[in-house]
Design a binder for this molecule. Structure first.
Ligand code: C2O
Ligand code: CU
Ligand code: CU
Length: 490
């Protein structure tokens, strides 16, 4: 799995935090290490995985996912002070990023903070986000895709008072599912770089042959006839999914990346790009005992490395790198339960609207020398261009423009250090407009899928922390090739 090792700029035992003034409510040790696991029939699979344990605070703040390489699930609540001792025991430099959480720059897992094998990094931050489903993963430059693919990713479930007031299903009825696609060789080992297909692979991304849920071929749940809260993360490196119910009943979405929607929204399908999250209210009250209802992920294929292949491929599947539609979670209703009413309102969240005079920055998703970039630039560790300097406290509109004439690719654009609202999508080609019905653009977001041909405007405020933060494409192949930049809030 390891390629050539980049240099690690920080010595062993690097500490970012000043331990004195910070008294954590919760202290966790998080180790990234090699392991092997029985995932498929036959030989076990070598993986990298995160193992976590609580050093101080509530013991249920870290939950492992049994039988899976998936990282532990962290349960935080808003306002909590968290300390995490990260130990890197994989043979590559690494650093952890808390995707979606708003933390100071030293705590954000910027690639310049990587620690080598044997190194440690101390994180301390206060949880400022709303309740929601966030996640963590490595963020070294050039190796994020390799390390996530190897198994390094975990969920962070944040709760707050507003969420508790919404009285959503809890305990066994609160289910988290991480979707990811993987290719295995005949010895059941994960295949990554070799499967990218050289240059064209680098341009379109990595597409695994099978879709896994929490690291397994499929999940099944004996279910009661009541309601479930199902949290979904697309933890794939490049693949986009269209998610639906096997019985074709509509899905009810209750949350997006940054937490609860204002009210439940009904969708016949959901589209989830890499790093995006969605939460469902899955209700079986009208299902008879013995019914089987699955959540199905259909890969969405945009033609991969095709030149100008815009038309007619949506949802058709069956292209070379396309995995088959997959029932990734099967619910078998085997008992009754009292009916739980879907709340009519979930959260205080006004529709997003931007005052006219806001500063608008444009970020063109560009290709030069067969590499993706942003405004014609690729990642440089410390570089901040003039248009990437932000005034602290400002509210702005960022426009991601995906109008490359040569290559037709969607790009899941992610911004660190903020949560944002989607304002509008402009210029979507007619044959892709149908996909809008599967987005949760009305919610709070940190990653937005920008379709080929589109310009997507988002509203964001830089009111939390000053410092150097990243924005990038979350197609990890694109990110690792440099489709990532810094911005500085000062
Ligand atoms: Cu989920 Cu910069 O990453
Ligand atoms: Cu992030
Ligand atoms: Cu991209």
């Amino acid at each position: 799995m390891a390629g050539a090792l980049p240099l690690a700029p920080w010595p062993n035992g690097a500490r970012a935090a000043t331990a004195d003034r910070f008294t954590p409510d919760l202290e966790i040790e998080l180790v990234a290490r090699p392991d092997e696991l029985q995932l498929l029939p036959g030989p076990s699979t070598d993986v990298w995985r995160y193992a976590g344990r609580v050093l101080k605070g509530p013991s249920d703040a870290v939950q492992s996912v049994p039988g899976s390489y998936a990282g532990p699930i962290f349960r935080f609540s808003t306002g909590q002070k968290v300390r995490i001792r990260f130990k890197n025991q994989i043979p590559q430099p690494s650093i952890v990023h808390w995707h979606g959480l708003i933390v100071p720059e030293q705590m954000d897992g910027h690639p310049r903070h990587v620690v080598p094998e044997g190194g440690e990094y101390l994180y301390e931050f206060t949880v400022r986000n709303r309740a929601g489903t966030y996640w963590f993963h490595p963020h070294p430059h050039g190796y994020t895709g390799t390390q996530v693919y190897g198994g390094l990713a975990g969920l962070i479930l944040v709760s707050d008072d507003e969420e508790r007031a919404a009285r959503l299903p809890e305990g066994e009825r609160d289910i988290s599912i991480v979707l990811a696609d993987r290719t295995f060789d005949r010895a059941n080992q994960l295949v990554y770089e070799a499967a990218m297909g050289g240059m064209m692979g680098g341009m379109s991304g990595f597409f695994g042959e099978r879709i896994l849920a929490n690291g397994r071929p499929a999940l099944s749940f004996p279910a009661a006839s009541g309601a479930y809260r199902v949290r979904l993360l697309n933890g794939s490196n490049s693949r986009i999914y269209r998610i639906a119910r096997s019985d074709r009943k509509p899905l009810v979405a209750i949350a997006s990346d940054g937490g609860l929607l204002a009210a439940p929204e009904t969708r016949s399908f959901l589209v989830l790009g890499p790093a995006e999250r969605a939460e469902l209210w899955l209700d079986f009250h009208d299902a008879s005992s013995g019914s089987k209802i699955a959540l199905v992920a259909e890969p969405l294929d945009f033609g991969g490395g095709g030149m100008g292949m815009m038309g007619g491929m949506m949802g058709r599947g069956a292209r070379t790198r396309t995995a088959a539609p997959s029932s990734f979670a099967l619910f078998t209703v085997d008992r009754g339960a009292s009916r739980q009413a879907l709340p009519a309102r979930l959260a205080e969240l006004a529709p997003a609207a931007a005052p006219r005079d806001l500063l608008r920055r444009e970020f063109a998703l560009t290709m030069g020398h067969m590499r993706w970039g942003i405004n014609g630039r690729v990642f440089e560790m410390d570089e901040v261009a003039p248009h990437e300097r932000i005034r602290y406290g400002d509210t702005e509109v960022w426009e991601f423009s995906n109008r490359n004439a040569m290559m037709v690719m969607p790009h899941p654009m992610h911004i660190h250090g903020v949560q944002f609202r989607v304002l509008e999508r402009i210029g979507t080609p007619p044959d892709l407009q149908g996909l809008h019905a599967g987005f949760l653009d009305g919610g709070v977001k940190d990653t937005v899928l920008v379709l080929p041909g589109e310009r997507v405007r988002v509203l964001l405020s830089f009111k939390d922390y000053r410092g150097l933060f990243l924005y990038h494409c979350h197609n990890l192949v694109h990110e690792d090739m440099g489709m990532m930049r810094n911005f500085r809030v000062a």
